[in-house]
Design a protein around this ligand. Structure first.
Ligand code: SAM
Length: 439
């Protein structure tokens, strides 16, 4: 790109997609281009996509339809599509959207600036979907972290699991771990840039294993980075939870006592069909092992309802597992058949209205539980890292257990750890007032 471009990056999907977008935005900025506040004022709109459910993938096509209209008014507008849908659908994206100028896979985001140049020079779509490229090719020092507080740092990419419903191994390929030294260096950089919290990312981050360093070893090394206040990580797979990991959660001072541990279902028949690699009993034993080490551990999970063949009794097994564990937060999804997954061979036979009813039932049960659990915290204190301004005079942050806490305050509090007296609670957040600044 010779002339200065105003770019806008739009993200759909998980934290990994957010981090990929931060990398692309940082890379473009490092080449002298400028971030635009929205698509309407940009010369280049890059959409980073998620393919995990059909609804997420169809968001891309809605955005592309809007951008087609914008491009009719401004033919010089350039449009890029990257990430999971680009990798999964490949050139088929262009059949529905011939106005796309740049198409890049999950391993080729570092090529966005030159592909844009190529598209401008040739007037044709520039494409790179090579899965063998290095997914970590964008240098860490350029990353444009979206939050001044929490910095995402990728520990590993891809996934070696074969869950029947999941498209991720196809979109992101097999596991690639970064050397621990590189991860630690990136954490040192983000801490030096003022981020008090780091979240290590990976599709199965606790499967991390590189050069003799396992996940607990990685946590121990990152935990020692001077100036780091809080360390989190996501997403963990139950099969890779070890006693060493439980000990790390208990013993490392910056590691927060919060774990996202997707269970997907409470039924052994469904778990087996999903190829999750554990039974209900084994999942519950893992939770018990963790809680014996970290009694106040906060846990959240993902569940899928309406998986092929899911009976009422199997669904109730999920409800009872949720009740048994008492998760602090729940992310629930209705099953969505995805291309190239093995579950596609099974009939998607749970009617849409049954899926919706089951989704509502898990969410209702969870909301009741969260309301009760949060209510118990009223009158107590929480150590809160303030993250953002909600409205003039109002800020919010997270407790060490990842609970959202709203309080009165101004931008001077953002990035600070404060002690908050909890005065109120709803199912999704706590309210409080400043007890005393800690630092
Ligand atoms: N492995 C990644 C992670 O957990 O960080 C990505 C998983 S995906 C973004 C998060 C959740 O989406 C999964 O745990 C699962 O509950 C849900 N999910 C994945 N594939 C799905 C599908 N085909 N239908 C419905 N939900 C799905």
């Amino acid at each position: 790109m010779k002339r200065k471009t105003r770019f806008f990056v739009q993200t759909f999907g998980c934290q990994m997609n957010v981090n990929d977008s931060e990398r692309v935005a940082g890379l473009l900025a490092s080449r002298g281009h400028e971030a635009a506040p929205d698509a309407a004022s940009a010369d280049f709109v890059f959409i980073n996509t998620c393919a995990v459910r059909e609804k997420a993938a169809s968001k891309l096509h809605h955005s592309l339809a809007r951008l087609r209209r914008l491009k009719k008014q401004r033919p010089e507008l350039r449009i890029g599509v990257g990430g999971c849908v680009a990798q999964l659908e490949g050139r088929a994206v262009l059949e529905r959207a011939s106005h796309v100028d740049v198409l890049v896979g999950t391993h080729n985001l570092h090529r966005v600036p030159e592909l844009l140049e190529e598209a401008e020079a040739t007037g044709r779509t520039a494409i790179d979907l090579d899965r063998k490229a290095d997914p970590f090719a964008i240098p860490d020092h350029v990353v444009a972290h979206g939050s001044p507080v929490r910095a995402y740092v990728t520990a590993m990419e891809g996934c070696n699991h074969v869950c029947s419903f999941c498209v991720v191994p196809r979109t992101r390929g097999p596991e690639v771990n970064r050397p621990a030294g590189e991860i630690v260096r990136e954490v040192e950089q983000v801490v030096a840039r003022g981020h008090p919290e780091v979240m290590l990312l990976g599709q199965t981050v606790n499967a991390y294993d590189h050069g003799g360093v396992d996940f607990a070893g990685l946590l121990a090394r990152v935990d020692r980075v001077p100036g780091l206040r809080r360390l989190r990580f996501t997403t963990s797979h139950p099969e890779h939870v070890s006693e060493r990991m439980g000990d790390a959660l208990r013993d490392l001072p910056r590691v927060c006592p919060y774990l996202h541990l997707p269970v997907q279902s409470g039924s052994d028949r469904v778990l087996e069909s999903m190829r999750r690699g554990y039974t209900r009993r084994q999942y519950l034993d893992t939770v018990a092992m963790l809680r014996s080490r970290v009694p106040d551990l906060a846990l959240s999970t993902d569940v899928i309802v309406g998986y092929p063949g899911e009976t009422e009794a199997e669904f109730e097994a999920t409800l009872s597992l949720l009740e048994w564990v008492g998760f602090d937060a729940l992310f629930s999804f209705t099953y969505s058949p995805r291309p190239g997954t093995s579950a596609l061979r099974l009939p998607d036979d749970v009617p849409a209205e049954v899926k919706s009813r089951r989704l509502a039932a898990v969410n209702d049960q969870q909301q009741l539980w969260q309301r009760r659990r949060h209510g118990e915290r009223v009158g107590g204190r929480e150590e809160v890292l303030v993250e953002s301004i909600d409205a003039p005079g109002r800020v919010s942050g997270r407790s060490r257990h990842f609970r959202i806490v709203h309080l009165a305050g101004d931008e001077g509090l953002v990035g600070r750890v404060v002690e908050v007296e909890i005065t109120g609670a709803g199912p999704n957040a706590l309210q409080g007032r400043l007890a005393q600044p800690i630092h």
